[in-house]
Design a protein around this ligand. Structure first.
Ligand SMILES: [Mg+2]
Length: 212
């Protein structure tokens, strides 16, 4: 995969180009740049087996070219993951809570295909209303949502229905703050990191359903 990121700025002078990926190299005034941005980019890209370079003819802006290899996961890893598949549990009720309709729909479809009865809720507030009407074997919830977020849902359940906390799995990863990490560590709530694949979700869902 080749990614080209271009701007229309003054470009990068030829004499500076060889140094731009060096850690702490910056052309900005003191205290305005750390000189780490491009160095970190290079580290991440090379960590994925790729490369980054700049093309900047005088006066024509800068183009960063990132090349990343496309590889299938190693066969051994796939086999290992399949081998740890758990026996299938079917016919349970699951509540999927996510403010992104596409994510909720994908999860609902996948879990229905696995033989479960699935309902969705767009935020913690709606989820709570559902949970007051009926019970679910499992709750799969996003963390960042409007109105009542994942942490809020956890708090309310802790107060009203603490027996449900062990059936709650959070979907994390679209938030960078230490707050989320801190919340998960403090509560010991179960979490699945986004982006997740179908097997990750199945494994966690099965584990929680079997533990009940
Ligand atoms: Mg969200």
């Amino acid at each position: 995969v080749v990614l080209r990121v271009a701007d229309t700025g003054p470009g990068i002078p030829a004499e500076v180009q060889p140094r731009i990926f060096e850690p702490f190299f910056t052309t900005k005034p003191p205290a305005q740049g750390t000189g780490l941005g491009l160095s970190i980019c290079q580290g991440i890209i090379e960590g994925h087996g790729g490369s980054i370079r700049v093309e900047s003819p005088p006066g024509e802006g800068a183009v960063f070219v990132i090349e990343l290899p496309v590889e299938a996961p190693p066969v051994a890893e796939r086999a290992g993951r399949a081998a740890e598949a758990l026996p299938s549990v079917r016919g349970r009720t699951i509540l999927v809570v996510d403010d992104e309709p596409e994510i909720a729909a994908v999860l609902a479809e996948m879990l229905s295909t696995d033989g479960h009865e699935v309902e969705t809720a767009a935020n913690g507030r709606i989820a709570l209303a559902r949970l007051r009407e009926r019970t679910y074997d499992l709750i799969l919830s996003d963390l960042r949502m409007p109105d009542l977020d994942g942490a809020g849902l956890y708090r309310e359940l802790e107060r009203e229905r603490p027996e449900l906390l062990s059936r709650l799995i959070f979907l994390t990863g679209d938030e960078l703050g230490g707050e989320t990490t801190e919340f998960l560590q403090r509560t010991g709530a179960q979490a699945l990191a986004k982006p997740f694949d179908a097997d990750d979700v199945r494994r966690v869902v099965q584990r929680v359903l079997l533990a009940r």
